[in-house]
Design a protein around this ligand. Structure first.
Ligand code: KIV
Ligand code: ZN
Length: 397
C-alpha cells in the first residue's frame, strides 16, 4: 500500500512572509477555505505573536476550518506560546508549531544561547504546548546547517516532551538532495524515539532544489512535506505544493506515496492566490503557469492533437484546467492552424489552408502570437465563408 504523505500548507504563513504577498483577514479566510477544498492536511494559518491582525486571522480560520488541522507558529518563548495556544482554541484540529534555531551560526549571532539552553527552551515550549493540545510540531530552524549530533539530541528530547512531528527545515535553501536525504536517514536511524513522531521537511528554494529535496526526503522516511501554493515564500520561496503533489501523482510508478489532495483544485487555488495578491504566476511555472499546457511548436501541436500523451505527462483536467492550449504563433504548423480554423467555423481544403498559412505566419512574424480575432480578420479579408457564424461571433466578441 502507498504510504500517506501529510501535506502541510504554509502559504498563509511562510508564503505571506515574502515581500508583496501580505493578505488581510478576509483574503486569508477565502484562501484557507480553498486550501481545505484542495484537501491539505494541515493549514499553517499564521504567526499569532507577529501582530494582532495575524492573531485574529488564525482565530477566525480556526473557527471555519473543519477538515484540515489548523496550525499556529510560535517561537519557544512563553509569550509566543500563549498567543498561539489562544489563537487555535476554536479549531476542530488545533496544532501548535514551535521552533528555535539549532545551527551554530544562529546560536552565536542570533540567539546568543548555548546548545543546552536551546534544548531546555525547546523542551519547555513543547511541554507547555502539550499541556493544551495533543498535536505538537517542533522545528529546528536551520537544521540543514546544524550539527547532526545536536539535532539527534534535541529531537529526542522534544519527542520525549510530547512533540508528535519533528520538522527539519532547510531554512536557507542550502542543502543538496543527497545531503538532505542523508540527514533525514541519519535522524530516522538515530533518534531513539522516532517511532513516536512524524518526520517533516520544510525546504526553501534558494538553489531551486526545494521540491527535489522534499522528494528525496520522503524516500528516506519523511512523511510530512511543508509547501506553499505557487511555491511562494521567503526569498526564492518554499517547495511548491502543486509540484510536490503532481510529482507524487504522475510518477506513481517510481514513488509509492499518496496524498489527500484533490488535484482538480490545484489550478483554482493557484488562481485564487494570484488574484488575491495581485501577483501573477510566471508563465513557465510547472503545473500552474500559463504555458504549462500550451503548445506553439508545429511538431508538438501535431503530436498533442493526435494524442496528448506525446507531449503531456499529465492531463490539464487533472489539475483543474478545462483543456490544453494550442497557441498559434510563428512556430505553428498547418495541422494545428487547420484545427484552430475548424474550431472557428472555417473548413479549408489543402490549397486554401496553404494560402492562409502564409498570411498567418507573416502576421506571426510581426506579433508574438496570433489570436482568434486575428484569424477571423484574415479569413474575412480573404472572403472565406464561415460555416459556424455563431462560433465566430462568440470568438470575435
Ligand atoms: O524556514 C524555516 O526554518 C521556517 C521555520 C519557522 C519552520 O519557516
Ligand atoms: Zn520557512
Amino acid at each position: 500500500m502507498d504510504s500517506h504523505i501529510t501535506i502541510f500548507d504554509t502559504t498563509l504563513r511562510d508564503g505571506e512572509q515574502s515581500p508583496g504577498y501580505s493578505m488581510n483577514k478576509q483574503e486569508k479566510l477565502r484562501l484557507a477555505l480553498q486550501l481545505e477544498k484542495l484537501g491539505v492536511d494541515v493549514i499553517e494559518a499564521g504567526f499569532p505573536i507577529a501582530s494582532d491582525g495575524d492573531y485574529q486571522t488564525v482565530r477566525e480560520i480556526g473557527k471555519v476550518i473543519k477538515k484540515s488541522s489548523v496550525a499556529a507558529l510560535c517561537r519557544t518563548r512563553q509569550v509566543d506560546l500563549e498567543r498561539a495556544v489562544s489563537a487555535v482554541q476554536f479549531a476542530a484540529k488545533p496544532r501548535i508549531h514551535t521552533f528555535i534555531a539549532t545551527s551554530d551560526i544562529h546560536l552565536k549571532y542570533k540567539l546568543q544561547m548555548s546548545r543546552s539552553e536551546v534544548v531546555e527552551s525547546a523542551v519547555n515550549a513543547v511541554k507547555y504546548a502539550k499541556s493544551h493540545y495533543d498535536d505538537i510540531e517542533f522545528s529546528a530552524e536551520d537544521a540543514s546547517r546544524s550539527d547532526p549530533e545536536f539535532l539527534i539530541e534535541i529531537f529526542t528530547a522534544v519527542i520525549d516532551a510530547g512533540a508528535t512531528t519533528i520538522n527539519v527545515p532547510d531554512t536557507v535553501g542550502y542543502a543538496l538532495p543527497w545531503e538532505y536525504s542523508e540527514l533525514i536517514r541519519t535522524l530516522k536511524e538515530n533518534v531513539s524515539n522516532i517511532d513516536r513522531a512524524v518526520i517533516s521537511v520544510h525546504c526553501h528554494n534558494d538553489l531551486g532544489l526545494a521540491v527535489a529535496n522534499s522528494l528525496m526526503a520522503i524516500r528516506c522516511g519523511a512523511r510530512q512535506i511543508e509547501c506553499t501554493v505557487n511555491g511562494i515564500g521567503e526569498r526564492a520561496g518554499n517547495a511548491s505544493l502543486e509540484e510536490v503533489v503532481m510529482a507524487i501523482e504522475t510518477r506513481k510508478n517510481s514513488m509509492h506515496y499518496s496524498t489527500s489532495i484533490n488535484t482538480k483544485e490545484i489550478f483554482p487555488a493557484s488562481q485564487l492566490l494570484a488574484q488575491i495578491t495581485g501577483k501573477g504566476v510566471q508563465p513557465n511555472k510547472a503545473i500552474v503557469g500559463d504555458n504549462a499546457f500550451a503548445h506553439e511548436a508545429g511538431i508538438h501541436q501535431h503530436g498533442v492533437l493526435k494524442n496528448p500523451l506525446t507531449y503531456e505527462i499529465m492531463t490539464p483536467e487533472s489539475v483543474g484546467l478545462t483543456s490544453n492550449k494550442i497557441v498559434i504563433g510563428k512556430h505553428s504548423g498547418r495541422f494545428a492552424l487547420g484545427k484552430k480554423l475548424e474550431e472557428l467555423g472555417y473548413f479549408l481544403d489543402k490549397d486554401d489552408l496553404n494560402e492562409v498559412y502564409v498570411k498567418v505566419t507573416e502576421l506571426a512574424d510581426k506579433q508574438k502570437t496570433v489570436e482568434d480575432q486575428d484569424l477571423i480578420k484574415i479569413m474575412a479579408t480573404a472572403n472565406y465563408s464561415n460555416q459556424n457564424p455563431n462560433r465566430t461571433l462568440a470568438a470575435g466578441g
